[in-house]
Write a protein that binds this ligand. Structure first.
Ligand code: ADP
Ligand code: MG
Length: 394
């Protein structure tokens, strides 16, 4: 097993165990998680794998096969927000969040490698956090539940790395199960596993990675968050989650009363309220054994993200339009937008035609070649060599 041998070469001992945590893709429910709304993601077959051993001096040493810079050493006194630069802040942040919550986590040597594409909106960051959290939980016998680990991993990303993400990514990586999508209520973190066996229905879910990330995205997320909060205030609710789709028209009229910026906030409110409703509708379709009917809801969701939330971009729009034009049942951008990936629901026999059409459209537009792969609903994080060494040389 290559990762264990590499660990040995780096740290001069065998790891005590190997853990894996997946990336995720969100089927529907976007920009809803910071509004206490609904999301419906699934775990990908792509995972981040960590070989880990405890240390008794409190020191953390981390190494990634996928990052330059060698072993990063973090002494206990340096385990504080703002003190650990670069990628090492993700695993260090997890150790910090655990300790800060009062858990007795000592030091560790950690070596990771991943097949989750980074920066593609597929949550390589959450995979890295969750694999670290689970390994430390197991090795130090903390006895924390999966949702508890996910929340601490989110805290690491929010407060240690400094990225204001919601909890969907970490919950999916920690709690997803094979063959299911995860219906998550982000208000109380209750969730239900929704059977999602597309292959049995002759369908596939493709991910199109545009391989672009527009800088605009950085401030846009915070702006959308603030806009949604302004909308909630105007409507006298704690969060937009509380606005039912049946009273959307009234709600939009009330938002008009805020004057300056009302147009923008109206779009945000309409997106969040309708996307929460789309999640509920998609779940009804999946529960009812009608996955093909999900397609049009993906298209609706994309239009809403593009026109109301204003978080799409030319590459994502082209991927979605081309896929649907080439016969896909539906498609939409997924994740934060401004680049990253789209999901495409497609009949088995149309997979090649759709992938080819998207590739050609990108070439025609002068864009780089997109990555296209199938998203099979996969297991959440776990321990053991079997699932970590899956024929990709790990
Ligand atoms: P996403 O989560 O969509 O992939 P992010 O920007 O949130 O994108 O997280 C990507 C960052 O996470 C990388 O820039 C890197 O700092 C860190 N990261 C993720 N996976 C690894 C890995 N295998 N090795 C080192 N760093 C990683
Ligand atoms: Mg991320």
């Amino acid at each position: 097993m290559r990762i264990a041998a590499e660990f040995d070469a780096l740290y001069g001992a065998r790891p005590e165990g190997i853990w894996a945590a997946p990336g995720r893709v969100n089927l529907i429910g976007e920009y809803t998680d910071f509004n206490e709304g609904y999301v419906l993601p699934l775990a990908l077959p792509h995972t981040t794998v960590a070989a880990v051993a405890r240390r008794d001096d409190g020191v953390l040493r981390v190494h990634s096969r996928d990052a330059a810079g060698g072993v990063v050493r973090v002494d206990p006194a340096d385990l504080a927000p703002g003190r650990v630069p670069g990628w090492a802040a993700y695993p260090a942040g997890v150790a910090w969040a655990l300790r800060d919550a009062g858990h007795a986590v000592g030091g560790a040597d950690i070596h990771v490698t991943s097949t989750v594409p980074t920066g593609a909106g597929l949550s390589s960051s959450a995979a890295l956090e969750v694999v670290t959290a689970l390994a430390l939980n197991d090795l130090y016998g903390l006895g924390l539940s999966r949702p508890e680990l996910a929340v601490l991993a989110q805290r690491a990303e929010n407060d240690f790395v400094g990225v204001p993400c919601g909890v969907m990514d970490q919950m999916t990586s920690a709690c997803a199960t094979e063959g299911h999508a995860l219906f998550l209520d982000t208000r109380d973190l209750s969730y239900r596993q929704i059977p999602f066996d597309l292959a049995a229905a002759g369908l596939r879910l493709l991910v199109v990675d545009t391989r672009v990330k527009h800088a605009l995205g950085d401030g846009a997320y915070a702006e959308r968050r603030a806009g949604c909060e302004a909308g909630a205030r105007a409507l006298g609710v704690r969060t937009l989650r509380e606005v039912d789709v049946t009273r959307l028209d009234d709600a939009l009229r009330e938002v008009d009363a805020i004057g300056d910026g009302a147009d923008t906030v109206r779009g945000y409110v309409r997106h969040v309220v309708t996307d929460n409703d789309r999640v509920a509708r998609v779940i009804r379709l999946l529960d009812g054994g009608d996955p093909r009917a999900v397609g049009p809801l993906l298209v609706e969701g994309h239009a809403s993200l593009r026109d109301d939330m204003k978080v799409s971009c030319a590459e994502l729009d082209l991927a979605v339009e081309t896929a649907v034009g080439a016969g896909a049942l539906g498609a939409r951008m997924t994740g934060g937008g401004f680049g990253g990936s789209a999901v495409v629901l497609v009949e088995d026999e149309a997979v090649d035609a759709v992938a080819k059409a998207v590739g050609e459209a990108f070439a025609c537009a002068g864009y780089g070649e997109p990555g296209v792969f199938e998203a099979v609903a996969s297991a959440g994080a776990g321990r053991g060599a079997a699932r970590c060494c899956d024929g990709v040389g790990r």
